[in-house]
Design a protein around this ligand. Structure first.
Ligand code: PA5
Length: 432
């Protein structure tokens, strides 16, 4: 049985081409939606001089910078920081950058222990202005800041939130806190190229103009190319859709051969899961890291349940590399003179061959190096692929009613006004 499924697991060119009319029609719908639902496509063209200027002030003035946000209000910024700054940035550079996402007291303590609160700028990021984790973490920090700095506490805060609505905007207006806008038409997980991701990135010293230049390049390629074979975003979306709906691949594994891209996969996991997991449809995105997970997951991917499509991320050149000495004992002399990055690339090829042998569908995306430009391209590529997938699955990729439901139950449990009915519903669900 496995053999028969295996023979049919690959995705045929003709099958992709059979979607050509659908792709042309959807392409034109997307172009028309760029000032509405697909507004994230406009972000690469924004003027970022005000973001750069304020980031410059923060860099000069503060020793540390803490982003307080969660989900789409943090994952993108964390992905940019971890992918694009030097490894061990916080040991070598100022300002040190931290992320307070969870309401985990141990994590909170660990961040506090690494900063001097008086010399720290806190960027509170929440589009709705009310997410429990963000507002709770912020409230604790606010009381600490007031205690340490008295009326001067305001200088250590910057808010990124909806331009008009929500608690945080109201507070920011009242207290005259510096604020940046989350564009109203851009949802959390599509907001990394807005001030949500760009301010922390610029504070970390990342070239945000290059990031946007990469995204712009991808927008250009994908805007002029309505042919499925030449449009990388549509190709990714369709391959995954066919793998899912026609081959039963309910899991999409993303496997970068680079530890620096680990949080790129965290960002992708949110984008794919929260956007497409609707109406009983969607694929579960899973993270694997090459080569580490070769020694753990690949057994399952090759010989276990055949429910996966794998995407490898290949980095052609590494900015740092280490050479293995020429003189090695005979048993391991096959490694002589090779470099660590060379082995990483060969291991990717080896794993890919092993998957092909087992007829596990896989895609490889190569970038020449990890740079702001290339990450900008990848961000735009996956955002557009996700938006396009919404049309394939016939669902709205831009809402998240199931996430909101969990948030509403939490508000009810914490006694928020107006949530009494939700509390009753909660009690009903827990009744035996
Ligand atoms: O993508 C989304 O919409 C979510 O992941 C949100 O970003 C997350 O729930 C945080 O919401 P907010 O920015 O309103 O605090």
């Amino acid at each position: 049985m496995a053999e028969v499924i295996g023979e049919r697991d690959g995705i045929l060119r003709e099958e992709l081409l059979s979607f050509r009319h659908f792709v042309v029609e959807t392409h034109s719908l997307i172009q028309k939606e760029k000032n509405r639902k697909f507004y994230f496509c406009r972000l690469p063209y924004q003027n970022v001089s005000h973001i750069k200027e304020y980031a410059g002030y923060i860099r000069d003035r503060f020793e540390s910078f803490v982003v307080i946000g969660i989900g789409g209000s943090s994952l993108g910024a964390r992905m940019l920081f971890e992918s694009l700054t030097e490894t061990n940035h916080n040991l070598k550079k100022k300002p040190k950058i931290f992320f307070l996402e969870n309401v985990d007291p141990e994590k909170f303590k660990s961040v506090l222990e690494q900063i001097d609160i008086k010399n720290t700028c806190f960027n509170v990021v929440t589009k709705s202005g009310s997410t429990v984790e963000t507002i709770a973490n912020f409230s604790v920090i606010l009381s600490m800041l007031k205690k340490e700095l008295g009326d001067n506490y305001r200088e250590n805060l910057v808010f990124t939130t909806d331009p008009e609505k929500g608690f945080l905007r109201k507070l920011g207006n009242q207290e005259k806190i510096k604020m940046f806008d989350v564009p109203p038409l851009v949802g959390g997980r599509f907001s990394v190229l807005s001030p949500v991701g760009l301010l922390p990135a610029a504070v970390a010293g990342i070239d945000i103009e290059e990031l946007l230049a990469g995204a712009k390049k991808m927008d250009l390629v994908c805007s002029i190319e309505e042919h499925v074979e030449h449009n990388p975003a549509y190709l990714i979306a369709l391959s995954h859709y066919i793998a899912n709906m026609r081959r039963g691949k309910t899991i999409s594994v993303m496997m970068p051969y680079s530890e620096k891209l680990s949080s790129f996969v965290d960002w992708y996991r949110q984008l794919w899961a929260e956007s497409l997991g609707k109406d009983g449809l969607g694929q579960t995105p899973v993270k694997a890291i090459g080569t580490v997970d070769q020694h753990s997951q690949i057994q399952l991917y090759r010989e276990g349940i055949r429910d996966k499509i794998i995407t490898f991320l290949h980095i052609e050149k590494s900015d740092v590399d280490y050479k293995i000495p020429e003189e090695l004992p005979e048993d391991i002399s096959y490694l002589s003179g090779h470099s660590l990055h060379e082995i990483l690339s060969k291991e990717l090829l080896g794993t890919k061959a092993a998957l092909i042998k087992s007829k596990v569908p896989n895609i490889t995306i190569s970038i020449d190096r990890i740079s702001s430009y290339n990450i900008g391209m990848l961000i735009y590529l996956y955002e557009l692929a996700t938006g396009f997938s919404g049309y394939l699955y016939k669902i709205n990729p831009f809402d998240q009613p199931a996430v909101e439901e969990g948030k509403n139950f939490t508000y009810a449990l914490m006694g928020r006004e107006g949530y009494q009915e939700k509390l009753e519903e909660f009690k009903e669900l827990y009744k035996e």
